[in-house]
Design a protein around this ligand. Structure first.
Ligand code: ADP
Ligand code: MG
Length: 247
């Protein structure tokens, strides 16, 4: 099964749950028999080791614990940019004295894509984040023609951010597979009023003409949220995989 499908996991903001949802998707798709690749082109406020891909790996290892064979997850970290300053990539690169070279990212992306069935590329912050003073992340995603999945908060404040994000993606011809609402309940109880969350889901699917999943509730361990991600994984398979062999 070598489908070579890339998905760009973006979000309406930083800290919204991109890594968390990427980890769940990787685990769920692995469980269905796919070989998953994970890549994060640029991380900031990071060491040489990418914290986000490491998180995805640790969740995959937990899922695979006690099973035969190696975990079918590969981290394609080679050649990616790990910047120490916690800021937008353009500034972090300037401070670290690095130039983010799109050709390097494109090369590593192609390599990763060829090395797995489904490649999950985690974004950096939101879609309009600058990689340099002249170039935005969204322009690179459009150039590479990667379909996107948007992670958004489930409660108050999501409508504007999410509709702007999907509009920006579509304006550049990027196909948006769906929105995954992720709960911020622990931090913002009052923002997660049930009436707001339910209505957000309706408004986003009606005005955005898009599939809206979730809300993924706050859980103690990521694998406790696998059930929420099952329909997202199925939609990805239906939308992107040519000959799905598994449900
Ligand atoms: N549904 C959830 N349940 C529990 N913890 C979550 C959930 N979603 C996100 N988190 C936690 O919230 C923090 C921010 O999420 P993260 O995925 O790192 O955001 P991003 O990648 O968009 O910056 C992390 O510590 C993550 O593990
Ligand atoms: Mg992240």
């Amino acid at each position: 099964m070598n489908e070579n499908i890339p998905i760009f996991i973006t979000g309406t903001d930083t800290g919204i749950g991109k890594t968390f949802i990427t980890a769940l998707l990787a685990a769920c798709l692995m469980d269905k028999g796919y070989r998953i690749g994970v890549q994060k082109w640029i991380s900031t406020g990071d060491s040489d080791v990418c914290q986000d891909t490491q998180f995805v790996h640790s969740v995959a290892l937990d899922l695979w614990h006690g099973r035969d064979g190696q975990v079918p997850l590969h981290l394609f970290d080679q050649g990616c940019y790990r910047l120490s300053f916690p800021s937008s990539p353009h500034l972090a690169a300037e401070i670290d004295g690095v130039r983010i070279d799109n050709h390097v990212i494109e090369r590593e992306f192609s390599r990763a894509r060829d090395g797995c069935d489904i490649l999950l590329v985690e974004g950096v912050g939101g879609v309009m984040v600058p990689l340099s003073r002249r170039y935005l992340l969204i322009d690179l995603v459009a150039r590479l023609k990667i379909p996107a999945m948007v992670v958004a908060r489930s409660g108050l404040g999501t409508l504007n951010h999410t509709l702007l994000t999907i509009n920006a993606l579509r304006e550049r011809g990027i196909s948006v597979i769906g929105i995954v609402l992720n709960s911020q309940a622990e931090r913002d109880e009052e923002f997660e009023d049930k009436r707001i969350v339910e209505d957000n889901k309706l408004v986003l699917s009606d005005l955005g003409h898009i599939k809206v999943f979730g809300p993924v509730e706050r859980v103690r361990h990521p694998l406790d949220a696998l059930g929420y991600i099952e329909p997202v994984a199925k939609t990805i398979i239906r939308a992107c995989v040519k000959n799905p062999v598994l449900p």
